[in-house]
Design a protein around this ligand. Structure first.
Ligand code: NDP
Length: 287
């Protein structure tokens, strides 16, 4: 069997097209969704990510504000900038690009972003809302993975989902979203003995580890859905995931490629969250 591909590029394109229509509707009512992105320092990868986020916003008709702050920016100055954006009614989403320089406390920075503008979904209020199943922003990567499952018509209810990785931005929220969708969820991590014994039980397997070839063909149940979040480089410097794609696609029922899988959907879901923040603001304004 060769697995069917869940094409993240195509789904992200479709998502952006739908968003562009909703953005235009909102703009016609006098509200243009706006995302503020703060970049501290000159980390090369962060610069690329930030450029993409700004271009993505403009591509769907949203406004973007890019604040490039020097690496020596003090924590107090960064917090003051966030507070100013919190108070600015024309800004609907605020994103601080991570990682931050070592002298800045990341937790404090995230805690300063207004939960209603926390489009990364990292604030404790949004993490807590996800935990208890209330309305809030979902972290973009797992939110995008759920969209990919939906787009392929894959029902999580009653299936065994195994998530490999337990970070606060991917693994844990992924597990919570799958649980909310009524999957039975197992979370694996670096202290899990015999990873394959767990992954072989998965109807839906999500790999979010950051090490290539973590998931080999003999670790996958025939017909399983395999979502590869990992972003790694192989010996030739080519982008690859956590899954041995060529071998696993011969066993799985569905698979996401890298590149062209979860990555583009992560970017699209940031726009979804920003639009939802703006729509919430419009509803609040109308009350
Ligand atoms: P983290 O490093 O924060 O977390 C990695 C997780 O993998 C940890 O929970 C760790 O366990 C677990 N782990 C490490 N080694 C093993 C192992 N041998 N067996 C089982 N579990 C293991 O990474 P992130 O969650 O931030 O990211 C994961 C990957 O996803 C990375 O490649 C990252 O680049 C990519 N990524 C991709 C995105 C996209 O848009 N496509 C977005 C975000 C991330 P423990 O907790 O015990 O240390």
């Amino acid at each position: 069997m060769t697995a069917r591909l869940i094409d993240g590029n195509a789904l992200a394109r479709q998502t952006r097209a739908e968003l562009a229509t909703r953005v235009a509707d909102l703009a016609a009512s006098g509200l243009r969704p706006a995302l503020a992105v703060i970049l501290v320092g000159d980390d090369a990868a962060s610069q690329v990510y930030v450029r993409h986020k700004v271009a993505d916003c403009e591509g769907v008709g949203m406004r973007s504000i890019l604040d490039r702050l020097p690496a020596q920016t003090t924590e107090a100055a960064l917090l003051a900038r966030i507070q100013a954006l919190n108070a600015d009614a024309t800004v609907h989403g605020i994103l601080v690009q991570l990682p931050l320089p070592a002298h800045i406390d990341t937790h404090k920075v995230i805690a300063t972003i207004a939960p209603s503008k926390d489009v990364d979904g990292f604030h404790l209020a949004n993490a807590g809302a996800l935990m208890v199943g209330q309305h809030g922003f979902r972290p973009c990567t797992p939110y995008g993975c759920m969209r990919m499952l939906q787009s392929a018509g894959i029902e999580a209810r009653g299936r065994h989902a195994v998530v490999v990785g337990r970070s606060n931005i991917v693994g844990k929220p992924m597990a919570m979203l799958l649980l909310q969708a009524n999957a039975t969820v197992t979370i694996c991590h670096s202290a899990t003995p015999d990873l394959g014994a767990f992954t072989r039980q998965a109807d839906i397997l999500v790999a979010a580890v950051g090490r290539r070839d973590t998931i080999r063909a003999d670790m996958v149940k025939p017909g399983a859905v395999v979502i590869d979040v990992g972003m790694n480089r192989n010996e030739e410097g080519k982008l690859c995931g956590d899954v041995d794609f060529d071998a696993v696609r011969e066993v799985a029922g569905w698979i996401t490629p890298v590149p062209g899988g979860v990555g583009p959907m992560t970017r699209a879901m940031l726009l979804v969250n920003t639009l939802e923040a703006a729509e919430d603001a419009a509803r609040a304004r109308a009350r």
